[in-house]
Design a binder for this molecule. Structure first.
Ligand SMILES: NC(=O)c1ccc[n+]([C@@H]2O[C@H](COP(=O)([O-])OP(=O)(O)OC[C@H]3O[C@@H](n4cnc5c(N)ncnc54)[C@H](OP(=O)(O)O)[C@@H]3O)[C@@H](O)[C@H]2O)c1
Length: 242
């Protein structure tokens, strides 16, 4: 399968890493289904991505809330109808609400679990049965270094990403039978406005979204004969100074 035959479904394209990943793939000349939960924001992101796309790139959009099963069912139907198949599903949405346990609302806890973990369960649940094992498929889940090392600022986010890692590892084993490769990409701190909000963090020391997109794009475009299980990405200078 060459680059232009492969169909990618990228969720969370209205965010920093998702938008950059979709733009990276669009520059390669692929068939892209861009997804976000809000149609107006999604259209705005798709317009930006189309501007940097190679001439042969084809782009469709599918609005879907990845924490809502009915929305995922409808979204997955539309995604498969767009080009007749989805070769690679890239699960990007995630969020953190940092804070001390005693001050964390149950709603915040549930939101972190929903957006970081339930989303992967739901999209995988409704992607897998639609993949033809003769053709094969691929799932790439965006985790975080926070899923590997606890930190005191955001213990629930760390828990959610660790759970997502275990779900991905289980899927990787279970979906061998379906000819679906599963990979995790775990970035370190990355400069995005959505994730960090107005928290006072050293954006200049963080990974840039284009650097993370390069790695996700690399994993996504590997030949079908290779699987990368878990890729950890860190900014070199930040890593050196730790
Ligand atoms: N930034 C970092 O330092 C960093 C480091 C390691 C890992 N990560 C992970 O990388 C991923 C992307 O992060 P980012 O920094 O690019 O964050 P971001 O800019 O805030 O983007 C998050 C994306 O998730 C989407 N989203 C949230 N809830 C959703 C839902 N229910 N249904 C569908 N989409 C939903 C957002 O959509 P809306 O635009 O509609 O809100 C947005 O597109 C996340 O999984 C994050 O945990 C981030």
């Amino acid at each position: 399968m060459n680059a232009t035959d492969k169909v990618y479904l990228v969720t969370g394209v209205t965010g920093g890493i998702g938008g950059a990943t979709a733009a990276w793939l669009a520059k390669q000349g692929n068939k892209l289904i861009l997804s976000g939960r809000n149609q107006a924001k999604l259209d705005e992101a798709a317009t930006k991505i189309a501007k940097v796309a190679a001439s042969q790139t084809q782009i469709k959009t599918v609005a879907m809330d990845v924490t809502d099963e009915d929305s995922v069912i409808a979204g997955m139907d539309k995604a498969f109808a767009a080009f007749g198949k989805v070769d690679c599903l890239i699960n990007i949405p995630g969020m953190s609400i940092p804070g001390k346990i005693a001050e964390t609302e149950l709603d915040s806890y549930r939101k972190m679990i929903d957006v970081n973990v339930t989303s992967v369960f739901l999209t995988a649940k409704h992607y897998v049965p639609k993949v033809d094992p003769e053709v094969g498929g691929q799932i790439i889940n965006i985790s975080s270094v926070a899923g590997k090392t606890a930190n005191p600022a955001a213990p629930i986010y760390c828990t959610a990403k660790a759970a997502m890692n275990m779900l991905s590892a289980g899927l990787a084993l279970q979906l061998k039978a379906n000819n679906i490769r599963v990979s995790i990409v775990s970035p370190g701190a990355t400069s995005t406005a959505g994730f960090w909000g107005d928290r006072p963090v050293p954006h200049d020391k963080f990974l840039k979204v284009d650097e993370v997109a390069l790695v996700i794009g690399f994993v996504a475009t590997l030949p079908q004969s290779i699987v990368l299980h878990d890729v950890v990405v860190e900014p070199w200078e930040f890593y050196r100074s730790k």
